[in-house]
Write a protein that binds this ligand. Sequence first.
Ligand SMILES: CC(C)(COP(=O)(O)OP(=O)(O)OC[C@H]1O[C@@H](n2cnc3c(N)ncnc32)[C@H](O)[C@@H]1OP(=O)(O)O)[C@@H](O)C(=O)NCCC(=O)NCCS
Length: 414
Amino acid sequence: MSTTMTPPSSPSPTSSPAGAVAANPPAPTWSKGLEGIIAAETKMSFIDGAKGILEYVGIPIDDLARNSSFEETVYLLWNGRLPKRAELEAFTQELRGNYELPAGFVDRIQTCPKAAAPMHMLRTMVSSLSMYDANPDANDIPTARKKALAILGQTPAIIAAFDRHRRGLPFVAPRKDLSFAANFLYMLNGKEPTEAVTRAFDVCMILHADHGLNNSTFTARVIISTLSDMYSAITGAIGSLRGPLHGGANEEVMEMLNEIEQLAKSQNKAPMDIIEPFIMDRLARRNEGARIMGFGHRVYKTIDPRATFLKTFSKQIATDTGNLKLYEMSSRIEDIMKREVGAKGIYPNVDFYSATTYHSIGLKLDLFTPMFAMSRISGWAGHVLEQLDGNRLFRPTTKYVGPHDAPYVPMDKR
Ligand SMILES: CC(C)(COP(=O)(O)OP(=O)(O)OC[C@H]1O[C@@H](n2cnc3c(N)ncnc32)[C@H](O)[C@@H]1OP(=O)(O)O)[C@@H](O)C(=O)NCCC(=O)NCCS
């Protein structure tokens, strides 16, 4: 409900609101879903949706995925340049110094119901980290940056601790000699991952780190623009990310692949044989809101460059881990979608092949979105730091479409 007191004499969204203080306030523009509206400046990521380009600080995402590490990528996003060797070493050590959870925090995680969804647990636990910070409200840039590094460093332990708790397994303490990617997988599984699996996971972390003013990043910037605090901004962003139209889509891709397999089994057919009718049926029900998950994007009207990289990568990891079947099913779905709706600009997005990649690595379905969050905390925090540096409160306006001059009808006459 709008709280704007739009007077009856100024119903047009382009006229000046009564009582405005600015001499020449900009004429309001209306765009459903804020499509096409520039709402912030950033130096972190650049997207050209028509050409399928994504760059972090000017460097193509493909180059970073091939050559960088998640730690180096975070340094790049937060500092606007690649680190020198000693700088990367110092940054990595600082991040590793934050792997440990505050005293008593693991007990807190272990009081969560085992049946809780990991994204709900994560949102609640990241929020509660603020209570272990002696000065959670400090928003000066150096302190806010330290908070960002702490949340980023601690999140893997939160997710791993919860997953082990629900499996009835004891907590595995973090290891500061391991990279961000390797340490998470070690804490989750209780054994060091192979180099190939660590690399695959590290690449997924790089590809998900930042992506312009997506819904969760916008949420983080909106929250910090009130000069709230880093914890609230990241918590709000986690809440946004879990929606199926945003980060929750990677889980839905996997569910769709599972559904195809189940359906094929019930019909005594091979999954590859029922993909075509399955997809065509969903497309036919598009007007009822049916979607092929992992396809389409508000910004990209061609293939998402992260999906291009992940496609090749997921084939490799699926081959290495003997999970080629899901990759082949995904590839078939992509061909059908290209033929049917490619002309409308509906192509695979980052979630489509990340589902197969995460599955091949051995991650459980409901950990896919927490993995996205674990990486994206770097982007959210970077945007919070940008917002704090020259902040202006976000306060858009509404287009009032209700009645005016309505009578107040006494209770017994309604
Ligand atoms: C991401 C998404 C929300 C973008 O939505 P949007 O920019 O608002 O685009 P719309 O939902 O208005 O879709 C535009 C058209 O493409 C169709 N479309 C978009 N994505 C589709 C999909 N995944 N499957 C089938 N049709 C799709 C819509 O039905 C609509 O068709 P119409 O013109 O015949 O009505 C949307 O593509 C979607 O729901 N994708 C599936 C979820 C997903 O993968 N999300 C992760 C994003 S990274």
